[in-house]
Write a protein that binds this ligand. Sequence first.
Ligand SMILES: Cc1cc2nc3c(=O)[nH]c(=O)nc-3n(C[C@H](O)[C@H](O)[C@H](O)COP(=O)(O)OP(=O)(O)OC[C@H]3O[C@@H](n4cnc5c(N)ncnc54)[C@H](O)[C@@H]3O)c2cc1C
Ligand code: FES
Length: 407
Amino acid sequence: MRPEEALRQTQGPGRPDPTTQRVAETLLSTAVGGPRERKRRARFHTLRVAAVRALTDSSIEVTFAIPEQVRGEFDYLAGQHVALRTELDGAEVRRSYSLCRAVDAGGGGDGPRTISVAIKRDEGGRFSTWAQTELRPGDEIDVMSPQGSFTSALAELDGAHVAGIAAGSGITPLMALAATVLGRSETSRFTLVYTNRSTTDVMFLEDLADLKDRYPARVALHHVLSREQRAAPLLSGRIDEDRLRRILDALVLPETIDEWFLCGPFELVQLCRDTLADIGVDPAHVRYELFTTGEDGRAEPAAGRPVVVRDDEPVRAIEFTLDGQSATVRSPVAANESILNAALRVRSDVPFACAGGVCGTCRARLVEGAVSMTENYALEPDELDRGYVLTCQSHPTTDRVVVDYDV
Ligand SMILES: Cc1cc2nc3c(=O)[nH]c(=O)nc-3n(C[C@H](O)[C@H](O)[C@H](O)COP(=O)(O)OP(=O)(O)OC[C@H]3O[C@@H](n4cnc5c(N)ncnc54)[C@H](O)[C@@H]3O)c2cc1C
Ligand code: FES
């Protein structure tokens, strides 16, 4: 089964109803650190690199200093990510990276003084290779204000038990979540299953050990290595369904878990979701984030595809509101372009990062009309119910469509 088919057959974030998304009530749930979604304008700011730290041979942690005047723009929830933007070989490149530090680390009441991301080099990857080899303290780079809903919905952390299952660079948002969950209550617990090929691939190895030392009774940490023998046979080898079930039974104890966070390659996340559903875990308590769709290669963002609007052909009207200002753009029916693509023709600051339905940065609320959404690996069912769409994936199916980026 192709990855996107597997996602289609299950729900949330998964795919929307294939044809239309309509408007519904806005609800905000409470969460660790405030509302689960902190809606703010996705805007780039130029930040200075304060430190670059090697995590493994192929991954680095990059810390940015936040000038006082924009600290409020970088206030974030554990689990959120930022988009980084630079120019490589004359072309703009945007990539998303999860924030890896506890929300309270280095912060004051006015927002964080620093934020940190962890970047793992993807073999042949443009941005991650550039970051690994070129990025140095003192460099400046554009960083978008934090976005994303891979965040806790728990209103109360006292006594809460949160579980994370991560692979490779998928540990990054879980580092922020674990440190925040443990730091904000004296009775919360965090159980982490983290899989890598070998010890040398383990990102944040020492930081995880420090977390365990700091909260010995409240942290359970299980490293699973697929190509290295560990003392416990259960923790040696690839995580397949059988091993996952045994790990859950023996080490995680699903009946004790209040909320789950999954982050890793598509196949592992899908395996975990299916297995958890099969053993009776309510999918509403399972959050997951994908860094890629699992497809080979990476198409450069389709956003910005040139489209010429002629007067003698049928067009659709796309109206959008951004920063309180509305604009209308005409889009040829035959071009079947996305709302994002059309909107970028009249405003260059319309938010997006991956343009592939993964990061959720281009999210807006459909206020009028209907759209067909091609991919959705980012929006959760409740966001779809409330009428949110990914504008990079949404193609109008009515003559007039109105979306609002501000809500
Ligand atoms: C919400 C979110 C959060 C994320 N958080 C993190 C994080 O915390 N840490 C992290 O390391 N990553 C994270 N990512 C992934 C990150 O955004 C990048 O996708 C990743 O770093 C790879 O980017 P790149 O430019 O290096 O690779 P790309 O240039 O995009 O290439 C990706 C892969 O495709 C292959 N490829 C590229 N072009 C072609 C081609 N023409 N034909 C065949 N193959 C090709 C490359 O070899 C590489 O393996 C996150 C992604 C999302 C959406
Ligand atoms: S820009 Fe990433 S989902 Fe649309």
